[in-house]
Design a protein around this ligand. Structure first.
Ligand SMILES: *Cc1c(COP(=O)(O)O)cnc(C)c1O
Length: 359
């Protein structure tokens, strides 16, 4: 069975065409059932006893995160999502409050940095918003930030950022590196970066439950008091179990195979949709991700198109308002983010529907 077929038969059939994995993927039967079974066990033996019984499954989830990030000795904590992880990291930071990030930084991340009193500087980029590696050394040497926050794959664009070059530069300048892998984890290779911290969300490319995320930190990066605080916080243990199962399924499918298939999905999506009804694909056709960003033709409202695609064609996409990446986006856009199971028929249906709703 192909990876696409394995993925498809492992979960409930989609009601229409779901190309919204960058927002929230579809969970597998095994993931849904693991969360539900834990809730049932809580009702039978009590929530705190059930949590003890679930410890090995959660340990396996944490071990899988260490393997996928190539951080064998990392402390791994479940969070309520990526924003929660960033909030924890910046709350715990005792150094100077200066941070450098890409101009395409996720809007809510910029808000969290500002709320924690950080002075935010921009890293140099090319016309696609990709880190300009040649200009990086000078930028860091000129006015070194205390911290680099690097989003390996953004919410508003399928451009995969050169995170290994960023890590090399950070190591060279002795600057700690935090990596936002909300879109990168279980999608592109985020192993062996050498980051001080890396975090992600469950519901996106890993296809775990909503309201869950994970934070991996190098030993010593988080204070003991913060680690204790996270460890004692109230949590949806069943959702952590479900997330652990979803990560396990990703590892069983083969991370390299999933990444390769998602690269193909991105290229096929872009070549099918490029120029359809005047919509413009903003990435290179072979950008190695499964995120495609479409800029509407003049006079077409992407938000209305997203709503009509759902209501009239049962096609789920994402509307990207400028608040996603307020320092980089010039126009609102539509995001198409299929998972490994998308078919050519699905993409043809999207092209046809896009033509129908763009008139
Ligand atoms: C979705 C997303 C986040 C926020 O993730 P939550 O789990 O919703 O907190 C952060 N960064 C990027 C790049 C994202 O796409």
């Amino acid at each position: 069975m192909s990876l696409a077929e394995q993925w498809r038969v492992a979960r409930p059939p989609a009601a229409g065409v779901h190309v919204d994995s960058a927002a929230c993927s579809r969970q597998s039967f095994a993931t849904i059932e693991a969360s539900a079974a834990h809730a049932r066990h809580e009702a039978e033996v009590g929530g705190y006893i059930a949590a003890q019984a679930a410890a090995p499954a959660l340990d396996a989830g944490r071990a899988a995160v260490r393997a996928l990030t190539g951080m064998p000795d990392a402390g791994v904590s479940f969070t309520t999502g990526s924003n929660h992880a960033l909030d924890i990291l910046l709350d715990d930071w005792t150094g100077e409050r200066t941070v450098a990030c890409l101009p395409g930084e996720f809007g809510p991340n910029l808000a969290i940095m500002a709320r924690h009193g950080f002075d935010i500087r921009m890293l140099p980029v090319d016309e696609y918003g990709r880190l300009d590696v040649n200009a990086l050394g000078a930028a860091l040497a000129h006015d070194p930030p205390a911290l680099v926050h690097f989003t390996v794959l953004g919410s508003h664009s399928g451009v995969v950022q050169p995170v290994h070059d960023m890590a090399t530069a950070c190591h060279g300048h002795g600057i700690p590196l935090i990596v936002d892998a909300a879109q990168g984890f279980a999608h592109v290779d985020v192993s062996g970066i050498g980051a001080d911290a890396i975090y992600s969300s469950s519901r996106k490319w890993t296809a775990g439950p909503r309201g869950v995320g994970v934070l991996a930190t190098r030993p010593g990066f988080l204070s003991d008091s913060m680690r204790e605080r996270i460890g004692h916080a109230e949590a949806n243990v069943g959702a952590h179990v479900g997330f652990s199962v979803a990560i396990g399924e990703h590892i069983a499918a083969g991370p390299a195979a999933v990444q390769a298939r998602l690269r193909d999905v991105g290229a096929t999506t872009r070549s099918t949709l490029s120029g359809v009804a005047g919509w413009r694909v903003l990435e290179h056709v072979d950008e190695p991700s499964a995120i495609t960003t479409l800029q509407p033709p003049d006079g077409v409202d992407a938000q209305e198109v997203r709503a009509r695609l759902i209501a009239e064609h049962a096609i789920v996409t994402t509307y990207l308002g400028m608040e996603r990446a307020p320092r980089a986006m010039a126009h609102p856009a539509l995001r198409i983010s299929p998972h490994v199971d998308v078919t050519e028929d699905d993409l043809a249906a999207i092209a046809q529907a896009l033509t129908a709703v763009s008139r």
